[in-house]
Each structure stands twice: as structure tokens, then as C-alpha cells.
Design a binder for this molecule. Sequence first.
Ligand code: FES
Length: 144
Amino acid sequence: MALYSEKVMDHFRNPRNVGVIENADGVGEVGNPVCGDIMKIYLKINDEQIIEDVKFETFGCGSAIASSSMATELIMGKPVSEALQLTNKAVTEALDGLPAHKLHCSVLAEEAIKSAVKNYYDNNGIEYDPKDFPDPEVESCHMH
Ligand code: FES
């Protein structure tokens, strides 16, 4: 069996929504201290709290790029509250799986989105439940 699914290869080769949103309503950046990979998410959010646009920059491995690309597709056009529910498991499933030692790369995508939403809430004085934003706990990358 191939190590990476067709979808992972597709999103790695042709990542969707790469770039920067100037004047974004929420920006989140997370990094994995061990492998050094960094992921940044930009959100454009309208008055109805719908994500109108999302872009990402990922300085990281192929799985991290594919995960962020898929994650942006999954939250585009969705309410912020729904984006907050996005788990790395959902991202991995949408990619038809990742090798076990690459699962932590999809965790970066989940955390980057959460951190961007938190930034949006903070910027706009919107109250939230701190339980929705646990301290990032990125597993270390043992293998690349
Ligand atoms: Fe570190 Fe993928 S995010 S190896």
C-alpha cells in the first residue's frame, strides 16, 4: 500500500488557499518545537460570523501542507463555531488517512485554526469558553 493517499499527494502538490489575507479578522500561528514546522492561518470573518475566506502559510512537511490545505477547504464558508469543532481526526479522514507517525502534522492544522478563531474573538471582544482553547500540545516529531 502506498504510504500517502491520492488526496494527500493532491493537496501536497496543489495546495488550496495558500497565501496571506491582508487585514485578516483572525490570525493564528502554531509551531512544532521539535521539527520546527510552522503553520499560520488567516481568517476573513463577516458580521454573521461566517468564514468568508481563509488562507494558510505552512513551512513544514508535506503532510502538514496537505493537512492545512484540506483544513482550509473544510472550514471555508462555515460559521466560526463550526470551524472550532474541526478536529485533526476529521482532517485526516478527509485526506483518506495519514501514516501514524505523520498524524501530529494534522494536529497543527486543528490548532492553527483554533488559535486564529481565538485571535478573532479577542480582537472583537467576543466572549468564549476557555475550555475550547486548551494549551497547544503538539506531539514531538520523532520521524520525518
Ligand atoms: Fe513536523 Fe510534519 S509537522 S514533520
